[in-house]
Design a protein around this ligand. Structure first.
Ligand code: FPP
Length: 244
């Protein structure tokens, strides 16, 4: 049996942090507020986290804002969330642009209200030249649907003779995912104490480190991010190999 020394094989900073922002509802309920207020405070935590990533030099941040399954929530809550996204993209765009943030989206954007699609496109266009932080917002996103879409696109190419089945590679699948121009996440954080992925980046998380925090999303701030990084630096990432 090979002995694995405890030194880190890849002692680098995480290039890409992805966050499942959970616990808005519980945060509000604990304060006898409506769940909607919890989401509003969640938007403040988004602002703080973006700022924290910029200050800490994290180049990629991906946030799970609305899943393809979140449509099952009460209509009032869904509408409020859509309103919040609109408000956020309108109000924050100038600041994000100034701060060097490049905004992108992953998910089935065509399934979102038209005004959100337009605001999202504007945010992408207006920030396309930025490079300090790539902020990816997962909206109407489901990982299984993303993989299914990739498989369908490749199947069409196989059917037309453009691609041979034996030429299908992991890299080709990657290129058909919404995340084709993003590195895989190094660290996936989920707040609120829940320990599951909820259909988030299932393909991309093959070698991600996971961190489940007992913090409700509206309470997440730069100090939580710093603690998460400290934890990450203590991990021994081997990517299937053994440590040197
Ligand atoms: C999960 O908490 C949170 C969501 C489904 C919505 C996330 C949205 C925001 C943080 C609002 C702002 C986002 C942007 C990008 C501007 P939950 O409601 O499931 O919490 P619970 O499990 O305690 O009920």
């Amino acid at each position: 049996m090979e002995i694995v020394p405890s030194s880190k094989l890849v002692p680098e900073d995480p290039a890409h942090i992805a966050i499942i922002m959970d616990g808005n509802g519980r945060w509000a309920t604990k304060r006898s507020l409506s769940r909607l207020k919890g989401h509003e405070h969640g938007a403040t935590a988004v602002r703080e986290t973006v700022k924290g990533c910029l200050e800490l030099g994290i180049p990629y941040l991906t946030l799970f804002a609305f899943s393809s399954e979140n449509w099952k929530r009460p209509e009032e809550e869904v509408n409020h969330l859509m309103g919040l996204f609109k408000f956020f993209f309108k109000k924050e765009l100038k600041e994000l642009k100034k701060a060097g943030v490049r905004v992108r989206f992953i998910g089935d954007m065509a399934g979102l209200p038209l005004d959100i699609q337009e605001l999202a496109s504007l945010a992408v266009e207006e920030t396309a030249g930025n490079a300090a932080l790539v902020l990816t917002i997962a909206l109407n996103y489901g990982s299984q649907a993303e993989i299914t879409k990739a498989v369908q696109e490749i199947a069409v190419k196989v059917k037309s003779g453009e691609v041979c089945p034996e030429d299908i590679t992991e890299d080709m699948i990657n290129r058909h995912l919404y995340t084709c121009d993003l590195p895989d996440p190094d660290l996936i954080i989920r707040t609120s104490g829940e320990q599951r992925l909820s259909n988030f980046l299932l393909w991309q998380c093959a070698y991600s480190e996971f961190l489940f925090l007992d913090v409700l999303w509206p309470d997440f701030d730069k100090s939580c991010l710093e603690k998460a990084l400290e934890d990450f630096y203590g991990r021994n990432r081997r990517f299937g190999a053994v440590s040197a």
